[in-house]
Design a binder for this molecule. Structure first.
Ligand code: IMP
Ligand code: MG
Length: 179
């Protein structure tokens, strides 16, 4: 338990649990034998996870290129509203092996939208790494290839993830207890 901004946050995954899991994920990514790998982090929530994961990947001997993409959803993740591309990658995805990194796979609409877009632009192989999978809320037909933790249906913050732009700095993943 921690008090941040007058709010009680209960630790769900500690910094050391996350670090250990990142090492395992990096190993699995290495063993996936991606060719000429382009890593694409989905902003904003994945920025801390992506920063740690690419450095764990470096320790396995991988040397990917790195890009960023940003998508906004109207009406939240559970409605069928349109998704809009806010920032595209600068690299041509044609014939590339791409690893998408995101914080949470929830409805799946965000990652399905980005994955389909990269495939339609000619990417050779598009796979997904997420810190957290919340399978209970899936709407789109999509699965992650690399999952840090399968997460209960709580709203979580920290390690890059926010509530109203706050709590991204927390080094652990936590659940907001009192509203
Ligand atoms: P979806 O898979 O299209 O529903 O989008 C999942 C995105 O919603 C994640 O990348 C987060 O940005 C956001 N999100 C979902 N659940 C949470 C949460 O518990 N805390 C913070 N952000 C969340
Ligand atoms: Mg996100």
């Amino acid at each position: 338990m921690q008090n941040v901004r007058g709010v009680t946050i209960e630790t769900l995954y500690s910094a050391s649990q996350i670090a250990d899991r990142n090492t395992e994920l990096a190993k699995a990514i290495f063993e996936s034998r991606y060719q000429n790998l382009l890593v694409v982090a989905v902003l904003k929530g994945s920025f801390v996870f992506a920063a740690d994961l690419i450095r764990a990947m470096h320790k396995t001997g991988l040397s990917p290129e790195m890009e960023f993409i940003s998508v906004s959803s109207y009406g939240g993740g559970t409605t069928a509203g349109a998704l809009r591309l806010l920032r595209d990658i600068d690299t041509d995805p044609q014939e590339r092996d791409i690893l998408l990194i995101d914080d949470i796979l929830e409805s799946g609409r965000t990652l399905a939208f980005i994955k389909e877009r990269l495939i339609s632009r000619g990417a050779h192989r598009v796979e997904i790494a997420v810190l957290l999978d919340k399978p209970g809320k899936r709407r789109a037909e999509i699965r992650a290839d690399h999952v840090g933790f399968t997460c209960p249906d709580h709203f979580v913050v920290g390690y890059g993830m926010d509530k109203g732009h706050a709590f991204r700095e927390l080094p652990f993943v936590g659940i907001v207890k009192d509203q």
